[in-house]
Ligand binder design. Structure first.
Ligand code: CDP
Length: 212
């Protein structure tokens, strides 16, 4: 079903690192014509500025959306720094309104991150929690980084990913946790197509519930 111009339909997709949130989110947004925001990029952009010596809170307050297109944001170094700046409450507060406004776009919106279903859009029409075993996620991230030309070994990717998940789950402010009403998609034994299919089906069911 194509998105209706005046509808406000929000899909919140959360989950740990490299679980496949982005792939599922892009597929759902393309399929239904919803706007898509990868909120991890906001934290990555702040982290990239911090690595260049900027104060994290100031970097978050002045975040220029052009920076979200920088190709270096997907590096392992930036990912690790992102989960550190993401633990600073003032950084999260500075990024809150942009995400909230994005979610209110007419025509529907998909946001993926760590706290979308719990803190940014607790009233989302559909919440998905996309997860997978850490070894599977590390293998996927390792292959992605290698394809992008990074010299990195699998063990280091696995250690970094576990450390990042632990930091994301244990922080005080908006920790990574599945919302009580989230539908879990465990992609450990699913192909990309199967994960996408599941998410599209759940979205269609949520739309049918709302509009029929
Ligand atoms: O792509 P991947 O799942 O590895 O990471 P990401 O979604 O780009 O997020 C990078 C980091 O930003 C995470 O490890 C979190 O610490 C932080 N983040 C967050 O705290 N809240 C969000 N809504 C999104 C990301």
């Amino acid at each position: 079903m194509p998105a209706r111009d005046n509808m406000c339909f929000v899909i919140a997709i959360d989950g740990p690192a490299a679980a496949g949130k982005g792939t599922v989110a892009k597929t759902v947004s393309n399929h239904f014509g919803f706007a898509y925001l990868d909120t991890g990029l906001l934290y990555r952009a702040v982290a990239a500025k911090t690595l260049l010596g900027e104060d994290p809170v100031k970097a978050a307050e002045r975040l220029d959306l052009e920076t979200l297109n920088n190709s270096n944001l997907r590096s392992a170094e930036v990912a690790n720094a992102a989960s550190k700046v993401a633990g600073i409450p003032e950084v999260r507060a500075a990024l809150f309104h942009f995400q909230k406004r994005f979610a209110q776009r007419p025509g529907g919106a998909v946001l993926d991150g760590r706290d979308i279903g719990t803190a940014i859009c607790p009233d989302a029409d559909l919440k998905l929690f996309v997860t997978a075993a850490s070894e599977v996620r590390a293998k996927r991230r390792f292959e992605e980084l290698r394809e992008n030309g990074a010299f990195i070994d699998y063990e280091k990717v696995l250690t970094d990913l576990k450390a990042r998940d632990a930091r994301d789950m244990s922080r005080q402010d908006a920790p990574l946790v599945a919302a009580n009403d989230a539908k879990i998609i465990d992609t450990s034994d699913l192909t990309i197509e199967q994960s996408n299919e599941r998410a599209v089906k759940l979205t269609q069911m949520a739309l049918d519930d709302l509009y029929q």
